[in-house]
Design a protein around this ligand. Sequence first.
Ligand code: NAD
Length: 270
Amino acid sequence: MSNGLLEGKKGIIFGALNEQSIAWKVAEQAHAQGAKFTLTNAPIAMRMGELNKLAEDTGSEIIPADATNLEDLQNLFEKSMEVLGGKIDFVLHSIGMSVNVRKGKHYTDENYDWTLKGLDVSALSFHKVLQTAYKMDAINDWGSVVALSYIAAQRVFPDYNDMADNKSYLESIARSFGYHYGVKANVRVNTISQSPTMTTAGSGVKGFNEFINYSEKMSPLGNASALDCANYCVTLFSDLTKYVTMQNLYHDGGFSNTGVSQEVIEKFAE
Ligand SMILES: NC(=O)c1ccc[n+]([C@@H]2O[C@H](COP(=O)([O-])OP(=O)(O)OC[C@H]3O[C@@H](n4cnc5c(N)ncnc54)[C@H](O)[C@@H]3O)[C@@H](O)[C@H]2O)c1
């Protein structure tokens, strides 16, 4: 359903890898709501070629950028403003990766080179995106920047490993940079804390299938889908949420405020 909520808005969408990606759904929904945007991902992810289909479907240009590389980011903002014909109104940061998780390295036995790599990709890249845009004055007044987080930033989920620390850092950047960008140009910066979702990044976490089922039973509304997350992103990019900034916003069907659900209790009565 389109309400033209993003009519006339220009954006940059990071992190669409395949049709399961949350960023992929955001691109589709933003397009349906009238936005124009560029799509970007790490050059290595581009080799799979799936992004071309999304670019065709949404009439978008693809501009490769490693989100940890400042030159790539500057080039991305420059080219995006050129292609879209002006400053940017919204940015989606939908990027996450932990080498320790990927290689099955336990949290109590981290390889710190890998830890630093994951921190750079998953959290510091958000600061780099914001700082690049800030210095280039690339985002319009009342623009909106959103990154995706997970509740492991607040509570322990053992197998989420060092990604929990990365998400805490990410959420802190949204607060701190949100202050400075708000003062400078009324740009708002938020994170959305999303339910577990079956994507490439998500399913890399050990025991993910069991966990997603648990979360489904612990959430009064059930797990929020990638599509619903995309719709929430659209509202945050729109002018209807202009005074929401520096927040971590739970989009999780009520999971974060549920101590225990009847369904989970009943499992223990068996
Ligand atoms: N899937 C879940 O359960 C879940 C839950 C809450 C939050 N999130 C977050 O949502 C975001 C999107 O993940 P997803 O679940 O859609 O998975 P995904 O694997 O589809 O997306 C992750 C993206 O990060 C990109 N990426 C990795 N390194 C990069 C780099 N150096 N530069 C630029 N891009 C890079 C990947 O190419 C990929 O497109 C992540 O921040 C993730 O942590 C996911």
